[in-house]
Design a protein around this ligand. Structure first.
Ligand code: ADP
Ligand code: ASP
Ligand code: MG
Length: 587
């Protein structure tokens, strides 16, 4: 006998007929001899309707009352779902988040789960009942109802699967799995038979709406097997697995975040502490920044740009302007009409020329890249919002994602696969959803090359990295700054073995384009690895603060959900490693 958690999204329970059809799926699992917990979302667009109602009453409704309101959607659907199971002749009990004992912090409308008690649910399961749990909601220490953020029922489902040690968590939705990109944006998108936790985490966090990214944090931390499948068609879905079980390919998917904004703090005094002042204030306002780019300081000042979801722009601007005044920076500029396109793949690290291939594909479409950042398993570019869908199509085609998939062998029932073990770091966590940092490592063998005064025209990055690719250079991090006065900067790092050639090639490229090259032949790269690094806004704070206090200047940053890299001067590597290990409790 196994334990299966099934989650049904809004469209899967949009009316009585659909609720009855979903109830049959739960009963079918029980008839196979398994214990079944069902997590249900609000019916159809009910949550949107409630949000809209609140806005008609008040422009800024209280977050506590918002949670009181929004949690009603799921209370309706669990009751109806339990009635549907009864009508089909089986036993079921519906439970709210509070009744289950889903304890959260008090961050209304985006609360994080601290703990879940399992006693009550286990008793009901042992008594042969199907347990119907309300998704998206919990209760804080004062007994107030909280919600987990839009799309949060996925997170309830995977978190329940984690604490109940379920054999499988099935996510029933309106697509038949995870696709190489949103099938509503690109018809050539293809279903992936399987995908790794890291890739799904990154894709979800970068805009692929099919899973709530926090649910994948739970999956990875606790080793939960997740199967995404269709509510309406009996076809195989997508299994989300540990990386070592997933197939090798340079790129698995493309994500589009279509409402992004870019903020630049100009002429920031180039000294330790400037970044910290900015990112700690942003973190304190609950804003998770994504692409962070700092250009090479000139005459003691540098520009720091970062991206945020457009919804967070007003707060981000308020914070950035305050910090700019405080640290004596020039001013703050911004751009609202941006989209972020990211390609993600764990195989990228070992494949050659992935970045060049992506930039060239976008250049062929005449798409201008406003900013670029990369990490080991993703490349993100910021483009004008109108270019978003074309950029997705170009990137998707460039990596052959529209071709037939070759990886098979995933059993659609999902049950026979072995489960992954929880990560070691989980035992050290106080709250289930706390940030999980696994390790911090130092690589002191890199060189940093920066082009300055590159003309800001489509195809610049493509030309540079095609040439770099032809030279066979092993590029690691790539960053392109936001252009100012018609010129942009591109930086990249290479391993020591490629240093001399990189400097020579860069010189040649710069000469032919009227640009300049700035080299730092010896730099240190520090990498912090874990789960949920970007979405926990506090990481930047915890990273920048101790480094600033020790007088360490950061030359390059790249963030992702599973890794944060910073480049510092070589001679500060060892010191920085000690500082960070201490800051993240990795002594
Ligand atoms: P639910 O209500 O079941 O939680 P969602 O609307 O949250 O469903 O998620 C399903 C939707 O996610 C799909 O209809 C699809 O348009 C969108 N989506 C975005 N990116 C992807 C992707 N890479 N693969 C599949 N679906 C995606
Ligand atoms: N009903 C909530 C929402 O629409 C939670 C969910 O469906 O996952 O955001
Ligand atoms: Mg959803």
């Amino acid at each position: 006998m196994a334990l299966v958690v099934q989650k049904f999204g809004g469209t899967s329970v949009a009316d009585a007929t659909k609720i009855l059809a979903a109830a049959k799926k739960a009963i079918a699992r029980q008839e196979e001899g398994h214990k079944v917990v069902v997590v249900v979302s609000a019916m159809g667009h009910q949550t949107d309707i409630l949000v809209d109602l609140a806005r008609q009453i008040s422009e800024r409704p209280s977050a506590r009352e918002m949670d009181m309101l929004l949690s009603t959607g799921e209370q309706v659907s669990v009751a109806l779902f339990a009635m549907a199971v009864h009508a089909l002749g089986r036993e079921a009990v519906s439970l709210t988040g509070a009744q289950i004992g889903i304890r959260t912090d008090s961050t209304h409308t985006k609360a994080r789960i601290r703990s879940i008690s399992t006693d009550h649910v286990r008793k009901l399961l042992d008594a042969g009942k199907i347990v119907i749990a309300a998704g998206f909601q919990g209760i804080d220490q004062d007994g107030d109802i909280t919600t987990l953020g839009r799309g949060g029922s996925d997170t309830t489902a995977v978190a329940l699967a984690a604490v109940l040690d379920a054999d499988l968590c099935e996510i029933y939705t309106d697509v038949d799995g995870v696709y190489t990109t949103d099938p509503r944006v690109l018809k050539e998108a293809r279903r992936l038979p399987s995908i790794s936790y890291d890739e799904m985490l990154e894709l979800a966090s970068l805009g692929a709406g099919v899973m709530h990214s926090r649910s994948i944090e739970f999956a990875k931390k606790f080793g939960v097997k997740v199967l995404v499948r269709s509510s309406f068609k009996d076809v195989p879905g997508t299994m989300i697995l540990p990386a070592n079980q997933s197939p090798e390919r340079p790129v698995s998917g493309v994500a589009l975040a279509k409402d992004e904004a870019r903020v630049t703090v100009e002429n920031v005094p180039d000294q330790p502490g400037s970044s910290h002042a900015l990112f700690s204030k942003l973190a304190a306002s609950g804003i998770a920044v994504d692409m962070i780019v700092q250009n090479v300081g000139q005459q003691g000042v540098a520009d720091i740009s970062f991206t945020v979801p457009a919804d967070d722009l007003p707060t981000a601007l308020e914070v950035a302007s305050g910090v700019a005044r405080q640290i004596g920076a020039g001013g703050v500029s911004h751009d609202e009409g941006m989209a972020k396109v990211s390609v993600v793949g764990v195989g990228m690290e070992r494949a050659e020329g992935v970045a060049g291939r992506m930039f060239s594909a976008l250049a062929r479409e005449g798409i201008n890249l406003r900013m670029i950042t990369t990490s080991e398993i993703k490349i993100s570019v910021l483009v004008d919002r109108a270019d978003g869908p074309a950029a997705v199509e170009a990137a998707h085609g460039a990596f052959g994602l529209d071709a037939e998939s070759t990886d098979g062998g995933i059993d659609p029932s999902g049950l026979p696969h072995a489960k992954a073990a929880p990560l070691d770091v989980v035992r050290r966590l106080e709250g289930m959803e706390d940030l999980a940092i696994e390790d911090c490592q130092l690589d002191s063998s890199q060189a940093l090359v920066t082009f300055t005064e590159l003309s800001d025209t489509p195809g610049v990055a493509a030309d540079v990295f095609e040439e770099v690719g032809r030279a066979g250079l092993n590029v690691d991090m790539i960053v392109q700054s936001h252009p100012r006065n018609g010129t942009a900067e591109i930086s990249f790092t290479v391993p020591a073995a490629d240093r001399d050639r990189a400097i020579e090639v860069a010189g040649r490229i710069a000469a032919s384009r009227g640009a300049k090259v700035v080299e730092m032949p010896h730099v240190s790269k520090l990498s912090i690895t874990g789960v949920g690094i970007r979405s926990h806004a506090s990481v930047a704070d915890r990273l920048f603060k101790p480094l600033a206090e020790q007088g360490v200047n950061i030359d390059l940053v790249s963030t992702s959900e599973v890794r944060l890299n910073v480049v510092v001067a070589a001679e500060q590597g060892e010191k920085s490693l000690a500082v960070l290990r201490n800051a993240f409790g990795l002594a």
